[in-house]
Design a protein around this ligand. Structure first.
Ligand code: LLP
Length: 419
């Protein structure tokens, strides 16, 4: 469910006419619906009401401070993967004790900053990282709260580029190695073992892989408890999918049902790291048609948003619905590629898509762009990154200004020997 709907033939963001935002802010622009964000958080969190739980929003999906602040106010925490995300989450008002830190490549300074901030838990991914965290914590005179990210070797049945829980993926430790590392960690002075974590992939459309992963983790937890280890947290990561096109992912309630019973039986506090399911359908990318053209083989609609603005179609062949902002009274249907201005054949937002006939100047909305949209955008082809706007009812505000050319060249200089 989201709040981007037609009213009298005009696509609105909540109660705001998208044409107005295009006029005042320009295009391409990301637009988020506050009511949708709110609803998604509530539906997700209340699905887990039967378990002691904490929703740590995966901020990599959408790093906007306005989005993070909203979830923090609703009781959420953050799942971070860098020092940059730590600073942003803290600035957005996420309490440090609700922050978990994931990722295979945390640097020593990032680890120190997170320890100084007092985060809830580090999810460790290698034996070397364990040594470093122990040492850095010792230097700071604190104990580092840790879990290991376990790779349960479960097929998440999603796109290969966003599968993370298979033995061949770079993430986590396999069961046996994890067991050994827990034993090693329990002998170290500057660590506090908190729990066990995993994240098996993204855009999952079935509950079975989550359930299978949990069963495997439960065995490890029992083994560790058998060695006298005290564990209090179980972090099941993120990954619940959304509907971009025809997918029918499990509802948050179905997802919760698959996990809650085992977690309660184990007597652990459940941590969840949802990203996409909270923000994906709460955002769109508003773009304008620059040109239309036909070749002997194809029709093309050239819009002012490119792969630098929304990378997902290029990177994962992912589908995003494309809707005209103004519905024509009687419009003919055409089949076209919707492409951006970037000089790459891979620069497309849709291929062979059936669309109402579009002409130069028309506005279109690229749907379901709230997750991994702006967050993955770049300056390729020296294109300033898009503006971001938040809508709430009839109100709207720019929450991130469009970049300028000056922003792009800041910090750049010629070497002194170049004349
Ligand atoms: N926790 C960890 C440790 C993760 O690596 C991720 C996502 C999440 C949580 C959140 O997963 P979600 O609930 O959003 O599925 N760029 C790709 C998705 C990459 C996901 C990376 N990790 C895309 O656009 O589809």
């Amino acid at each position: 469910m989201h709040h981007f709907q037609y009213h009298q033939g005009i696509l609105l963001a909540e109660e705001v006419d998208l044409r107005l935002i295009a006029e005042e802010v320009g295009t391409p622009t990301y637009i988020y619906s506050q009511a949708t964000l709110q609803r998604h958080f509530e539906v997700f969190s209340s699905a887990f009401a039967g378990a002691d739980h904490l929703v740590c929003y995966a901020v990599k999906a959408n790093t906007s401070r306005a989005v993070m602040a909203q979830f923090a106010a609703a009781g959420g925490g953050a799942d971070i993967v860098s020092g940059g995300e730590l600073v942003r989450a803290l600035q957005a008002g996420v309490p440090a004790q609700r922050i978990v830190y994931s990722g295979v490549g945390k640097t020593e300074s990032e680890i120190a900053e997170a320890l100084q901030a007092g985060i809830l838990m580090f999810n460790l991914e290698s034996s070397q990282e364990l040594e470093v965290v122990n040492r850095v914590a010792g230097n700071l005179g604190v104990k580092a709260p840790v879990s290991f990210r376990v790779n349960p070797d479960v097929d998440a049945k999603t796109h290969p580029k966003i599968t993370t829980g298979l033995a061949k993926n770079k993430f986590g430790l396999d069961m046996e190695l994890a067991f050994e590392q827990y034993l090693a960690a329990s002998a170290m002075d500057h660590l506090e073992i908190k729990g066990v974590s995993c994240h098996i992939g993204s855009q999952l459309t079935q509950v079975a892989p989550f359930h299978d992963a949990l069963e495997r983790l439960a065995k490890l937890i029992q083994r560790l408890r058998g060695r006298g280890m005290e564990l209090s947290l179980l972090d099941m990561g993120g990954g619940l999918g959304i509907t971009y096109d025809q997918e029918e992912p499990p509802t948050p309630r179905e997802y919760a049902e698959a996990l809650q019973e085992t977690v309660n039986r184990l007597g652990l506090r459940l941590i969840l790291e949802p990203g996409r399911v909270l923000v994906g359908n709460a955002g769109i990318l508003l773009t304008r048609v620059l040109y239309t053209k036909s070749t002997p083989a194809k029709r093309f609609v050239v819009v002012d948003a490119g792969m630098n603005d929304l990378m997902r179609p290029t990177m994962y062949d992912s589908y995003h619905a494309i809707l005209p902002v103004v519905q024509a009274a009687e419009s003919r249907v055409m089949v076209a590629d919707v492409v951006g201005p970037i000089c790459e054949t891979g620069d497309f937002l849709a291929r062979d898509r059936e669309l109402p006939e579009l002409k130069r100047g028309d506005l279109v909305a690229v749907m379901s762009a709230g997750a991994y949209g702006f967050a993955m955008s770049s300056n390729y082809n020296s294109r300033p990154r898009a503006a971001e706007v938040m809508v709430a009812g009839q109100r709207w505000a720019v929450i991130n200004q469009r970049e300028t050319i000056e922003d792009l060249t800041r910090g750049e200089s010629l070497p002194p020997w170049a004349g």
